[in-house]
Design a protein around this ligand. Structure first.
Ligand code: ATP
Ligand code: MG
Length: 176
């Protein structure tokens, strides 16, 4: 599968509507410092349901709203082109965040139909996409992995290889 398109509304440095089409294969985004390259990755993580604003380099969720936006609402839609092995066609994921004073609410859609965050994460996991995982390697992650104790590094490798899930199942069975 590959990332086919990102549609960004009022997220961080992006105004009312920006559409970023992506081709299959290797893509490079270049631009001056502070021009919004990393914000594209933050927007992707946002749509995948990342809950911590820190993971999107913001103090709080309301900081994700474009400064000067006419309304306190952001939305990001991500379209994946699926491989024929996983059914082909497109998978579209959308998250909308509404901020009203100190309150914020997120709503999610899968292929245009409203769903819960759990539904979203389950669907993404079927395609091996994990917003908290290592599909996205952020600035500093590589040095972090090199510098961490061997045991922690092994845990990451186990997670990536899919072994950790079986370890958790073994542990759960032992407790029963
Ligand atoms: P670098 O090359 O330094 O990594 P970059 O292209 O990755 O830069 P980003 O970190 O994506 O840049 O963008 C930072 C910019 O986003 C800053 O100029 C900041 O003012 C702007 N920005 C962040 N949040 C908002 C917001 N809520 N409203 C408007 N602009 C924002
Ligand atoms: Mg950057």
């Amino acid at each position: 599968m590959h990332l086919k398109c990102l549609e960004i509304e009022r997220f961080k440095s992006f105004g009312p509507y920006t559409r970023i089409p992506l081709l299959e294969g290797f893509t490079v985004v270049s631009g001056p410092n502070g021009s919004g390259k990393s914000n594209i990755i933050d927007a992707l993580l946002f749509a995948l349901g990342l809950s911590t604003s820190r993971g999107m380099r913001a103090e709080k969720l309301s900081d994700l709203i474009h400064q000067g936006a006419a309304k306190g609402e952001v939305a990001v839609t991500v379209t994946f082109a699926l491989d024929s092995a996983t059914g082909g066609g497109d998978l579209t994921v959308c998250r909308r965040l509404k901020v009203n004073g100190p309150n914020s609410t997120s709503s999610y859609q899968l292929n245009g139909s409203p769903c819960t965050l759990t539904d979203l994460h389950e669907e993404l996991a079927r395609h091996h996409i994990y917003p908290e995982g290592y599909n996205v390697v952020l600035q500093g992650d590589v040095t972090g992995i090199i510098a961490m104790p061997a045991r922690e590094r092994r845990e990451i490798i186990d997670e990536l290889a899919g072994v950790a899930e079986f370890d958790r199942k073994i542990e759960a069975a032992r407790r029963e």
